[in-house]
Write a protein that binds this ligand. Structure first.
Ligand SMILES: [Zn+2]
Length: 67
């Protein structure tokens, strides 16, 4: 089974394979233990984006579990 990519615990952004730290939150912990995959195209028109306080388009995890 392929390994889950990391997600930022701060903005929930799912990081590309070559990144292990969020560009916008370099001090926030990342985790490969997350649930729910959301693609946000237009944050200004997405209820989920508003709830997660997402302001840039991208792929996000609904829930990020930090040990
Ligand atoms: Zn982040």
């Amino acid at each position: 089974m392929p390994k889950n990519p990391f997600a930022c615990s701060e903005c929930h952004l799912i990081l590309p394979d070559d990144l292990d730290q969020c560009n916008r939150h370099p001090s926030a912990p990342v985790s490969s233990d997350w649930n729910g995959y959301v693609i946000v195209m237009d944050p200004t028109r997405s209820e989920i984006a508003e709830r997660l306080e997402i302001d840039i388009p991208g792929n996000y995890a609904l829930k990020v579990n930090i040990r």
